[in-house]
Design a protein. Structure first.
Length: 187
């Protein structure tokens, strides 16, 4: 069984659902859930980046594990591949990945950020992390502009951020397909 087409279909299907969910969440003004969807899409992208750094043999094993529903494990070890390991790798390739991922995780796990109707989540972050996130949004998505930007100012930029992550994810998926074709041609 060639697991890669199934794996690619799974990832692309998840991504399309994220796009649909973001539109509904934006319309309903469910800001925290918008961040959670963003984090899930980033999770897909980070996983694909991780796969692309692995040998062809290992990449095949990990893809097959995904299709079977198994956790990714370290080579020759019983330990699982961790989110931290994958995000650390992605951080080297995409400097913004760690801060968006961490911010998104806070909206997936119960945290102080869920009180966003009463307290601004950006104010709950360390100053440098907040500035890094806002700078990224300004540089790549055009805003929010003010020095005192808050979470509600950031929310309208979440759909374009998701779109950018989705476009990058698709490029990485295409790279994964090309790697597979290249490796198959060499056999």
């Amino acid at each position: 069984m060639d697991a890669l087409p199934i794996f690619l279909r799974q990832v692309r299907s998840r991504s399309k659902k994220h796009q649909r969910a973001m539109a509904v969440l934006e319309r309903e003004r469910l800001s925290g859930q918008m961040v959670a969807v963003l984090r899930q899409e980033l999770d897909s992208m980070v996983g694909i980046i991780y796969l692309l750094t692995q040998s062809a043999e290992r990449r095949g094993l990990l893809v097959e594990a995904s299709v079977r529903g198994d956790k990714w494990s370290q080579p020759n070890l019983s330990a699982s591949v961790t989110d931290r390991e994958m995000v650390g790798l992605a951080q080297n390739l995409q400097g913004w990945a760690r801060s968006v991922y961490k911010f998104g995780c806070a909206f997936i796990h119960l945290s102080v950020l869920h009180d966003y109707n009463g307290r601004d989540p950006l104010e709950q972050l360390p100053a440098q992390e907040r500035e890094d996130m806002l700078d990224h949004c300004r540089n790549y998505h055009g805003g929010p502009s003010g020095d005192n930007a808050n979470f509600s100012d950031l929310v309208s930029y979440l759909p374009p951020v998701l779109e950018k992550i989705t476009v990058n994810l698709e490029c990485y998926l295409e790279d994964l397909e090309k790697e597979n074709l290249h490796n198959a041609a060499q056999v």
